[in-house]
Unconditional design. Structure first.
Length: 207
């Protein structure tokens, strides 16, 4: 079980850190936020606290507590469940980004935020959710593991990602992160005989 906890906690931080450090070789604006801020302790505490409470705890009561097991029992499999929940998850956060960042009910937002956010919420979150559902199924449907996996990604975004990336750098980072996450999904599928579910979809029983 320890390896699943490690996977849940480290997947997000590892990928985000590796991508940002790699891109920082081309431009210093990609440097992880924790390396450039003068108040590292406050950033760490806020990021971890928000990730655990605002992301992992509160959101997963709905996503993993209800939506994921319902779809899995409905014969959707890990990939189908991850895509459905992941797209809903991304859409939910995208709407929040419109309302909070723009500061208006109309959701007016600049392209510098609109385009990178679209890539992240539509490209990266569904892939990450597929991995979350895969880990959830492999850990006897552990809600705690799902919460920690969500929390680690939320904390990584707050602690590592720069909030001041321009349009092109933001798009570059978002596309690379999405590609990396879908690459991990592909590797996991290949390593499991071409499918992500514990057993072939045709052999699932509807409970």
């Amino acid at each position: 079980m320890a390896r699943w906890y490690a996977l849940a906690l480290l997947t997000g931080p590892f990928l985000v850190t590796a991508i940002l450090l790699g891109l920082s070789l081309y431009s210093p604006e990609f440097l992880p936020r924790i390396l450039t801020t003068s108040d590292k302790v406050s950033l760490l505490l806020f990021g971890i606290g928000w990730g655990l409470v605002g992301g992992g705890l509160l959101e997963e009561l709905g996503w993993t507590g209800f939506a994921v097991p319902t779809l899995l029992r409905g014969r959707h499999g890990v990939l189908g469940t991850g895509l459905v929940v992941g797209l809903l998850w991304g859409a939910w956060h995208y709407l929040i980004a419109f309302w909070t960042i723009s500061g208006t009910a109309s959701g007016r937002i600049s392209p510098a935020i609109f385009l990178p956010a679209l890539v992240f919420y539509v490209g990266s979150l569904p892939a990450y959710r597929v991995l979350m559902v895969w880990v959830y199924e492999r850990t006897a449907e552990s809600m705690l593991v799902a919460m920690l996996m969500h929390a680690s990604l939320s904390a990584s975004a707050l602690i590592l990602e720069s909030p001041r990336l321009a349009v092109l750098p933001g798009l570059t980072y978002g596309l690379v992160l999405a590609a990396a996450l879908w690459g991990v999904v592909g590797v996991v599928a290949v390593a499991n005989g071409g499918h992500l579910s514990r057993q072939p979809l045709s052999s699932r029983r509807v409970s």
